[in-house]
Structures are given as structure tokens and as C-alpha cells.
Write a protein of this length. Structure first.
Length: 257
């Protein structure tokens, strides 16, 4: 089976940067099939959310490798020599899926409990503004085809921060808000809730499924992501929940009361 690389990045929807990285991967190995998923700029929360969804809660078919480089170079506002950023890491998940990503922000937080192996990858950390095009594809292509010679020292999962407890993780094309709150973590007997995102509040109904309300109603319910213990989702049936909350970005805190 030909290798299948799923690229998750924050270049921007339809940004030609995706085309450049796909071309580099194909140049390294013409048999590689590449698909892309765009997340909001600098959003390691959205990146981590989709690494989990694609690497843990979807079928782990033979040949799949997840590759991501959402690397905002945040945390230190000082100038960086030669565009230095976080190094490329290799993770093998308990589903058998290999992940190549930088350990920055929340990129790896959503799969922390699924990591079987965590290693550094021998790839330059500096020398290009666009490392995911210029340096990383060679290593991704090697690893996706079974060549693990570039793997370096073992890393500790203790360096991976915990995922945010109550945040918006992704806003989908319908305006549905996917959160970091598991169904099992939400304890409420109330059917009517106040939803607050960054001081913006709306009233919603809590239901076991998003379509258990009438058209136009705001509902909080277990959503389509997260597997057997799904993440809660805020949905306006037949409309956009995101518009009701002034289009929040991934990372904004959400609360229910």
C-alpha cells in the first residue's frame, strides 16, 4: 500500500503554502498520497484536536502518517536566531499511527495519553522561515515509508502540556462549535443552560443529540468528535452557533452554567 500522509497546518484555507509542501513530499517520494486539513492560524488547540480525531478516533489504516507543523514560535517574544523553532518530533500512537509534529503549544496535548513512543527527529530547527517545506518533508517521506534512521533521543511526555479543560477547539463549516469538554466530564441535570464564551452569553438546551431540538434552537450535546466519549458541541440547528457568539476562535474559554 502506498504511504498516505495527512497534513494538518495553519497556513490558511486554500493557501498556496499547502501546495508547496505537497510538492516537496511528492518530490521526496512519488508514491506518497497527501491530503490536507487547514486550521486557524497559530491554533495549536485546533491542531491537537484534529491530530487526535484523525489519529485515534478514525480507522488506523495501513500506510497512514499524520504530519503537522503548527509552530507559532510563541512563549518567547525575543528575536530568534535564523528563524529557530520547536524541533520535529515522532510519536507512535497506541492505534499504530505515526505522528510527526512539533511539540509546541497544545499540538500533542490531545494524544498525550495515547503515546507509545516519543522521539526527537534529526531535522534542522533553524535556517528557514518555512521549515515544513524546506527541511521536514525529507524526514516525513522517509518515516512514512518505514525508514526510521532519523529518529533520535527519547523524549518525555511530561513535556507535553495538558489539553485545555474548557475551550472552543474548532469551528466547522456550519458554525458548530466543537469543545474540549468530554460528555463524561459534564455533570448537570439541567435541561436549560447558559453558554458563555469570552463574556458573550446565550441560552441553550442540553440534549443527548444535536437534532433533538427544533429548527433555530441553540443546543449543547455530545458531538461528532471524540470517539466513544465524545466532546460536547454547541450547535444552532439550521443556523450558525458561531455567529451567535461573534465567531469565536479556537482557544477561547467556554463555560456552561
Amino acid at each position: 500500500m502506498n504511504p498516505f500522509v495527512h497534513l494538518i497546518a495553519d497556513y490558511g484555507k486554500a493557501d498556496p503554502a499547502f501546495s508547496e509542501v505537497v510538492h516537496r513530499l511528492k518530490n521526496e517520494n512519488r508514491t506518497i498520497d497527501v491530503r490536507t486539513t487547514a486550521v486557524r492560524p497559530f491554533s495549536t488547540i485546533a491542531t491537537g484536536f484534529w491530530i487526535e480525531q484523525l489519529g485515534v478516533h478514525n480507522p488506523a489504516f495501513e500506510g497512514l502518517t499524520i504530519y503537522s507543523n503548527t509552530a507559532p514560535r510563541a512563549g518567547d517574544s525575543a528575536p530568534r536566531r535564523a528563524n529557530e523553532g520547536a524541533g520535529l518530533c515522532y510519536l507512535e500512537l497506541d492505534t499504530g499511527v505515526p505522528v510527526l509534529a512539533t511539540n509546541g503549544g497544545y499540538n500533542l496535548s490531545f494524544v498525550e495519553d495515547h503515546v507509545q513512543e516519543f522521539r526527537a527527529v534529526d531535522a534542522p530547527r533553524e535556517g528557514s522561515q518555512f521549515r515544513s517545506r524546506d527541511f521536514f518533508p525529507a524526514r516525513v517521506a522517509e518515516i512514512a515509508t518505514g525508514d526510521l534512521n532519523s529518529l533520535g533521543e527519547e523524549l518525555s511526555t511530561e513535556t507535553i502540556p495538558s489539553k485545555p479543560e474548557a475551550a472552543v477547539c474548532h469551528v466547522d463549516g456550519y458554525g458548530n462549535l466543537k469543545t474540549s469538554i468530554r460528555e463524561s466530564e459534564f455533570d448537570s441535570d439541567e435541561e436549560r443552560l447558559t453558554v458563555e464564551i469570552d463574556s458573550r452569553t446565550r441560552t441553550a438546551l442540553y440534549r443527548d443529540a444535536v437534532f433533538e431540538v427544533g429548527e433555530g434552537t441553540l443546543v449543547v450535546a455530545p458531538g461528532s468528535a471524540g470517539g466513544e466519549d465524545p466532546y460536547l458541541e454547541v450547535v444552532r440547528r439550521g443556523g450558525s452557533a458561531a455567529r451567535l457568539f461573534d465567531k469565536p476562535n479556537p482557544g477561547e474559554t467556554i463555560s456552561f452554567r
